[in-house]
Design a protein around this ligand. Sequence first.
Ligand code: SAJ
Length: 442
Amino acid sequence: MQRSIIEKFKRKDAHVVVVGIGYVGLPLVVEFARAGFRVTGYDKDPSKVTELAAGRSYIADVPSSDLQGPLKEGRLFATTDPTVLGTADAVIVCVPTPLNKTKDPDMRFIASATQEIAQHLHPGLCVVLESTSYPGTTREVVAPRLQAAGAKLGEDVFVAFSPERVDPGNEKWKTRNTPKVLGGITEACLEVAKTLYEQAIDRVVPVSSTDAAEMVKLLENTFRAVNIGLVNEVAMMCKRLGIDTWEVIEAAATKPFGFMPFFPGPGLGGHCIPIDPLYLSWKLRTLKYQARFIDLADSINSGMPDHVAVLVADALNEQGKAVKGSRILISGVAYKRDISDLRESPALELIEHLRRRGADVSFDDPFIPVLDEHGADTHPSLIGMKAVTAPVAYDGYDAVVIVTDHARTDYARLAKESKLIIDTRNALKKAGVTATGLVVRL
Ligand code: SAJ
């Protein structure tokens, strides 16, 4: 069975089903279709399925033009019907792995995808999980459900894990040219999954197990969360030392080896960096080990919105104003610059914090006209809040807080017209503008 499925993959004479066609799944659909496979994008969201079937991309990094060729050649399909899994030679699972209210892993999407695969299981199937999860997920959650449905792992069904490394907005590193780490439940599983990915991805990096592959991803993103926590704490130290944090980091970054700059900010947003490390620390707690760096970084990063709120209050106080009743504009609410993703954005926490203290808070963001339920689900009281209409009248606010430094923002005008600026991204310096009013930086 192993030989025959490997030959099938090499001939591209196979049907690949991608479960979950979001920012990870859709680029995979394109790459496997481009490689010559028959590909079906399977998703519970009918609007994604309709758009994909019509050749219209809803993911900024995937141009619709990439869909036309495979669609015309009759090799690209989309469906909401799980029975498609019964006709798959390979299934790649790219479903969300969020945290629940108590910051514990929410495995329901992986569990339901696995259940559907089990219900349509047949010999000669390769299953690869790409959703970020704690080490052991593929072996403890996915494999047993497939075995319970009759799979003989490594003999007639082949199971692997490969971490997604999609960086939304990255012009250089795309799904095809980003090295792909891959681990199998067995050697045969690795061989089969490796053959599959080698047809569509430039470089596959095999590791010894699915647990190792799961851990690689968590190391990558924990590395970021911990280093961002470090520079956020450095910012608080420098504030107390009367030292310019940004100057220190930029000077340290001249070290040509052994240093990588990270920059302080208003907190940690996105659906990867704030969340992935907590999957790891959760798993270690079940093994009676406390992952102290992860927990410490999380508490520092989660505390940054409050720290910014104190900077705002102190700056208003300098001007004899209370937060209560002040008009405050948040400039930029997306979780990072030049994208429209709001998930876990620290701006949401900051807006709620200032509102709780009686401030009249507005926001401006060239990418986000309204705080919708998709992005602001963690802060329901903000859902429906609209951005101020352009052009922004900066002089009408007691304080302007730069939370996300979108390149499109007119920093020259912001600097000239604002009475008070709290700059959490060193945006004014980067834009080469000097302000007329008071500027407070992280
Ligand atoms: N942030 C800082 N200071 C920094 C860097 C980031 O405060 O020095 C903040 C950002 O503003 C944002 C959050 O941290 O709120 C996360 O930023 P990020 O640059 O890590 O961007 P993400 O969340 O889009 O992370 C993705 C990740 N990609 C994958 O998981 C596949 C991450 O591994 C990438 O390294 C990162 O993109 C990237 O390099 O852009």
